[in-house]
Write a protein that binds this ligand. Structure first.
Ligand code: HEM
Length: 507
């Protein structure tokens, strides 16, 4: 009898234990499979109203005010790991940095139907509210979102991304490069001038080049006089806009609630930029109208081709080319010159390729790619979520800025062999070679962005830079006589001056 009782009790204990075990097992399994809440993503602590701003303050901040984006990404990665949250402040969206390329690949691909890339909120406010009458509902690619962006991009894609583009504009760009080199040779005797103004000179060349492709006219950036003054103001406007956008949009600023002094400066700068750009566009249109006869399609400038499709889009695109296509190209060119100057053996191999008869120049292409891996204009890419995502085990709601820190990832040993070295060969060797670039995930290095919203000026930029480098290296040796060049991030990456380049004639 006792035996039966004991057996019964034992049976019950085993039964209850079994039940509890199963219950706990299934509950925890279910729970662990569920995405963790957004709020639990690790990241910098936030204060009420101020968000994580105290981390960026002088002395007391754990990061400090002067960190560039690369340093910030490194700090966050080392402290928090592959996924990091930064709370937004003053109506700025929350941000999540993803350090695994497969993770932002997943989000960016899922957003490809209508990718949202916010930024330049002051420019959006200027176009949509303050100067609404001028823009009349048509905004450029940098500021438009959703259907408006898609409609604009569909109209301009066939004109700007045409594979034949290279052939069409190459001779004129070569001419502009020759003039630039003559100008450089004149300036190089004044060492001090070039140390502080090389970027201005290179920007004059990039503006002259992009204006020729966009408007079909020469602006005369290398000349002295009135024309040159206008071009200089346009260059200054583009720079001031970046500087002011950095102050207004990356630091806490109440410009949305009242017009701060920097906000007023920004509006003045945008007005001036538009005024000069409009002047150039009107001049270009006048020339086209006065011609009174048609010319072959391949001889037409971008604005002429776009005017036949949609006049407002043509004007906005031309304006955007004069804005987005100058400092980006200048920075990339200076980065490449620096890498070639500090790696004379690479410069020599490249010179040999450029002097050879072969029409393909793979080493030149590899040098440019490698230089943009080390010195991308934009240190990170960005998409705002239009829907919910589950990434790296966390829930990411709609309206969050998902940041891909591409510059930082491109300099990690786990992605590239000898990552801090300028080794163009990595883009040419086969996959058995330890240097092979394909070791990294394809999303690791994205100097022109990603997918349908990637840079529309890519072909133009590559053509301009390659044409200039070909011309320059044929009879000039470039070297660097000073400490290493440093980068500082202000929305875009910039170089810290002075420049210690030496340009010597070798012919
Ligand atoms: C080496 C030079 C350049 C670099 C590294 C560069 C880089 C970029 C990047 C990273 C983006 C963001 C793409 C994304 O979100 O996926 C972008 C967008 C854009 N770029 Fe460039 N860019 C360069 C030159 C140019 C030039 C020459 C033009 C003008 C012809 C231009 C016009 C634009 C425009 C209009 C957008 C916005 C595209 C859109 O949202 O649809 N860029 N660029």
């Amino acid at each position: 009898m006792n035996n039966i009782k004991t057996n019964c009790l034992l049976y019950r204990i085993v039964y209850i234990w079994n039940f509890c075990f199963r219950y706990i097992y299934y509950r925890t399994r279910r729970y662990s499979n569920a995405p963790k809440p957004f709020d639990t993503i690790p990241g910098l602590s936030s204060l009420p109203f101020l968000g994580p701003v105290h981390h960026f303050m002088p002395v007391i901040g754990s990061i400090g005010p002067s960190a560039n984006f690369y340093d910030l990404a490194q700090h966050l990665y080392e402290k928090f790991g592959n996924i990091v949250k930064l709370n937004g402040i003053f109506a700025r969206a929350n941000m999540v940095l993803l350090f695994e390329p497969k993770d932002f690949d997943q989000v960016y691909r899922a957003e490809e139907t209508a990718p949202l890339r916010p930024g330049f909120d002051t420019l959006v406010y200027y176009q949509e509210e303050l100067r609404r009458d001028k823009y009349d509902g048509v905004y450029g690619l940098t500021t438009a979102q959703g259907l408006k962006w898609r409609d604009f991009r569909t109209k301009v894609n066939p004109v700007l991304l045409k594979p034949k583009l290279v052939k069409l504009y190459a001779p004129a760009l070569d001419e502009i490069s020759k003039e630039m080199i003559t100008r450089l040779n004149k300036c190089k005797h004044d060492k001090n001038y070039l140390q502080w103004n090389l970027d201005l000179e290179i920007t004059k060349w990039s503006l002259e080049s992009v204006a020729y492709i966009g408007l079909g006219t020469r602006l005369g950036c290398f000349q002295n006089g009135k024309e040159n003054q206008k071009a200089n103001i346009l260059i200054k406007c583009a720079r001031d806009m970046m500087e002011l956008a950095y102050k207004l949009e990356f630091f806490p600023s109440p410009w949305r609630y009242f017009a701060t002094p920097n906000f007023k400066k920004m509006i003045k700068t945008l007005d001036t930029q538009w005024e000069i750009s409009e002047y150039y566009i009107k001049e270009a249109k006048k020339k086209i109208d006065e011609r009174k006869h048609s010319i072959p399609e391949e001889d037409k400038s971008i604005i002429e081709k776009l005017l036949a499709i949609d006049e407002k889009v043509a004007i906005m695109m031309a304006n955007e080319m004069l804005l987005a296509g100058i400092d980006t190209v200048a920075f990339t060119t200076i980065g490449l010159l620096y890498n070639l100057a500090t790696n004379p053996e690479v410069q020599e191999i490249l010179r040999m390729e450029l002097q050879s008869d072969q029409s393909n120049k793979p080493y030149l292409r590899a040098c440019l790619k490698e230089s943009m891996r080390l010195y991308p204009v934009l240190p990170a890419n960005l998409r705002r979520t239009s829907k919910e995502h589950v990434v790296a085990g966390y829930h990411i709601p709609k309206g969050v800025d998902v940041i891909a820190p591409n510059e930082f990832l491109s300099k990690l040993e786990k992605n590239y062999t000898r990552p801090m070295e300028f080794l163009p060969e990595r883009w040419l060797v086969d996959k058995l070679d330890p240097l092979y670039y394909g070791k990294a995930h394809p999303m690791t290095t994205l100097p022109f962005g990603f997918g349908v919203r990637s840079c529309i000026g890519r072909r133009i930029a590559e053509l301009e830079i390659e044409t200039f480098i070909k011309r320059l290296l044929c009879d000039t040796k470039v070297s660097w006589e000073g400490p290493s060049l440093e980068v500082v991030t202000k929305v875009f990456n910039n170089f810290k001056k002075p420049y210690y380049f030496k340009f010597e004639s070798i012919s």
